[in-house]
Design a protein around this ligand. Structure first.
Ligand code: ASP
Ligand code: MG
Length: 418
């Protein structure tokens, strides 16, 4: 990513205004009143001595509404046109926000993706950012004008409008913070007040976390905690952008997502999360010989179906059961492929499952974390159907009816409520 050579953040030695990126999500700009409240918050940050660059999402519900319109006309709408369509959501919200800011005496100017030259590749609906020309934003901010940038959208080499995938405004905001200079903080305003040790709707003892590492946040995001778009966390980690997830409905401190060495809470497990969106496929009595797994998973990969958990139990009579999980949306495709690859085998599918996971950097240096997880589940009478681990995560697939029980037991069993 091209970063500016002339950042205006020289705050350590001088009293020059520091740069700050504030990103407001859909609910934060969901109504005229909310937009006015956001304008006040931007004004307050300016008063506090910041040069603010604002990034906004579409008003809540708008992106879904636009997608549905396109889908009414075609089952397979042209992705280029879908991007031209959904990008209008952000065009509306940034213009409204700039109007609201001007109205309260804060000079502001809206910018679309092509105007800040947020350059992307040409993968419509899931484009990746290549670079941002931060100069225009920096110049504008220097003139005392608040740039209000449309999230989620960019422009490819041919001049087409592109979008970054659902939740992509988070990624726009982090990319802009990275392009503005070193360690420019990025505040992500949303409708929750931070990152929690578990979903508070599932686990009454869940606590807000003050600081969490990029790595832990990445695992939590990929496991279904939808506070931040995963790519935004990857980008923040790559460019060391300090991210502050907080609520636009209150002034309370939220959660800082930072480097792991920056005084994190010293816990083994940072959070418990769950994902109801997986389904399990088992193929019985597969010949236990080289190439069987390769044949299946190559065929799945070719169909771009991503597999999460995989288990294979060797059996004494030379045949084996093979189990894997995919997202529920890809189950039909996965089943068809497995059926083709293993024609005469019995195939079992289970959808009433949930994946519960514990995540924490401390696992690297503590033995027995997985064992403790299995013990906690066993003590609740919960059977484990599949397991996967990474360096900082252990996931267990269990029957869906145990969802809440498993999350609560793990959360409190690892002392996260204290
Ligand atoms: N408006 C887009 C969406 O709903 C981008 C975003 O909100 O981050 O996915
Ligand atoms: Mg979002």
């Amino acid at each position: 990513m091209s970063t500016s050579t002339a950042p205006i953040a020289a705050s350590s030695e001088s009293k020059k205004p520091r740069l700050l990126v504030q990103k407001y999500g859909g609910t934060s700009v969901g109504t005229i009143e909310r937009i006015q409240a956001v304008a006040q918050r931007v004004a307050a940050a300016r008063q506090a001595g910041f040069h603010v660059v604002v990034v906004a999402s579409a008003m809540s519900g708008e992106t879904n509404r636009l997608l549905a319109l396109g889908q009414k006309l075609s089952a397979r709408p042209d992705p280029r046109e879908m991007d031209a369509l959904v990008a209008t959501g952000e065009q509306v919200s940034v213009a409204l926000l700039a109007i609201a800011l001007n109205e309260i005496g804060v000079p502001a100017r809206s910018f679309l993706g092509h105007q800040v030259r947020l350059r992307t590749d040409s993968s419509f609906m899931k484009a990746r950012i290549r670079g941002i020309d931060a100069e225009r934003l920096i110049e504008t901010a220097r003139e005392g004008i608040v740039p209000v940038v449309a999230g989620f959208q960019g422009i490819d080499d041919q001049g087409n409008t592109t979008t970054l995938g659902r939740g992509g405004s988070d990624t726009t905001a982090v990319a802009i913070a990275a392009a503005l200079g070193q360690a420019v903080p990025c505040e992500i305003y949303t409708d929750v007040d931070g990152v929690y040790t578990a979903d508070p709707n599932v686990c009454p003892t869940a606590r807000k976390v003050k600081r969490i590492s990029y790595e832990e946040m990445l695992e939590l995001a990929s496991l279904g905690a939808k506070v931040l778009q995963i790519r935004s966390v990857e980008l923040a980690m790559k460019y060391a952008v300090p991210v502050h997830v907080r609520s636009s409905f209150s002034d309370a401190e939220g959660t800082w997502v930072v480097n792991e060495d920056e005084s994190l809470e010293s816990v083994v497990v940072a959070g418990v999360t769950s994902d109801k969106n997986e389904a399990k496929v088992t193929i019985r009595r597969v010949e236990d010989k080289p190439g069987r797994a390769a044949g299946l998973f190559e065929a799945l990969a070719e169909a771009r179906i991503s597999v999460d958990m995989i288990i294979q139990n060797p059996s004494p009579d030379g045949s084996t059961d093979m189990t894997f999980t995919v997202s529920k949306g890809e189950l039909a495709g996965a089943r068809e492929i497995a059926g083709k690859v293993f024609q005469s085998h019995e195939l079992f599918v289970r959808e009433d499952v949930v994946k519960v996971s514990i995540v924490g950097l401390g696992m690297r240096s503590h033995a027995g974390v997985a064992a403790k997880m299995f013990r906690i589940l066993a003590d609740e009478g919960i059977n484990i159907e599949a397991i996967t681990t990474s360096e900082i995560k252990v996931s267990c697939l269990v029957a869906a009816k145990y969802h809440e029980l498993a999350v609560r037991a793990l959360h409190d069993g690892f002392g996260l409520g204290e």
